[in-house]
Design a protein around this ligand. Structure first.
Ligand code: C5P
Length: 300
């Protein structure tokens, strides 16, 4: 069977001080966009993995791979002795700040649950997802949702409308722990306020008001990502000059996302980004979209 799971952008990402466990307390609004990874799962003797896609060589094949870890976790918790071969088709940028690894983990959870007839509930899946990574529960849920804790506590957001995004890709990744570490370094010893989502952003979502949403996009990790990768400032400037309603680094970067007014405007912004040469690739994607879903039923 095949399960696909979407990329995410953080419409707002507010980062609190580091916690004793090394994570940071977050207040964020996740938004799933139509860039997908697919996980094709077939019964096998052992649990194995192959990867396909333009950045496939950058994806780890060992137990640090989140899809593999997801399968191992389900097998261990449910007590399954069967194996599975997972084949990943990467459509989400690797190490791009768009939760590609988390999407693979969410898709693998859904695939193994179905393939091995585990009958896991939504809550069971959510719990396993949170163990695998902070963004994995949202990759299961999709849509638009508020995330708190380290990002794993989710509440669906009241959101209206469909949004047209342009994503500027980088030819390299950024390490998420390195970006959080850089933010701590830049903040120094100063007090960090409790993370909080702005009223302006929630109102824009409730109203389906794209220009207001564009103005309210915000990411505390952006200055840390730009500090580690100064070229991102130029990418942000090009998209804004091209008339985007707003632009931010996605999550910990280095992907940069721009909100536009509709499909034609998105094409204009995409063309400007491509022509400028600041991005290694440009994609258009609508949001919100559903979380990890089976797209092809198992053959009996
Ligand atoms: O949860 P996940 O494994 O995706 O997190 C990767 C890393 O990102 C963590 O080890 C931590 O350094 C950083 N992180 C954080 N605070 C969060 C989420 C992630 O510091 N809320």
């Amino acid at each position: 069977m095949t399960v696909r799971a979407p990329a995410k952008v953080n419409l707002e990402l507010r980062v609190g001080p580091p916690r004793p466990d090394g994570y940071h307390e977050l207040a964020t609004v996740f938004h799933a966009v139509a860039l997908y990874d697919e996980v094709h799962a077939v019964p096998a003797d052992e649990i194995t993995l192959t990867v396909e896609g333009s950045q496939a060589e950058a994806v780890p094949r060992d137990v640090t791979n989140l899809a593999l870890r997801a399968a191992l976790l389900v097998a261990e918790r449910v007590g399954v002795e069967d194996g599975v071969h997972l084949h990943l088709r990467k459509g989400i940028p690797v190490a791009g700040g768009m939760a590609g690894g988390s999407a693979d983990a969410a898709a693998a959870l859904v695939a193994c649950d179905a393939l091995w007839h585990c009958g896991l509930s939504r809550d069971d899946l959510h719990e396993l997802a949170a163990e695998l990574g902070s963004d994995v529960p949202f990759s299961l849920l999709g849509g638009t949702a508020i995330g708190t804790g380290r990002g794993e506590r989710l509440t669906p957001a009241l959101a209206r409308g469909e949004y047209h995004w342009v994503v500027a890709l980088a030819d390299h990744g950024l390490s998420t722990p390195a970006v959080y570490g850089e933010l701590d370094r830049l903040r120094g010893a100063g007090d960090v306020p409790e993370p909080e989502i702005s009223d302006a952003l929630m109102q824009a979502l409730r109203a389906g008001d794209a220009p207001a949403l564009g103005a309210a996009l915000a990411n505390d990790l952006e200055r840390a990502a730009c500090s580690l990768d100064p070229g991102l400032r130029r990418t942000l400037a090009v998209g804004r000059q091209a008339g985007a309603l707003g632009g931010i680094v996605s999550g910990s970067g280095p992907s940069v996302v721009f909100l536009t007014d509709g499909p034609e405007h998105a094409l204009d912004v995409a063309v400007a980004l491509t022509a400028s040469g600041v991005a290694s690739g440009v994609r258009r994607a609508i949001g919100p979209v559903a979380g990890a879903r089976i797209v092809e039923p198992a053959r009996s």
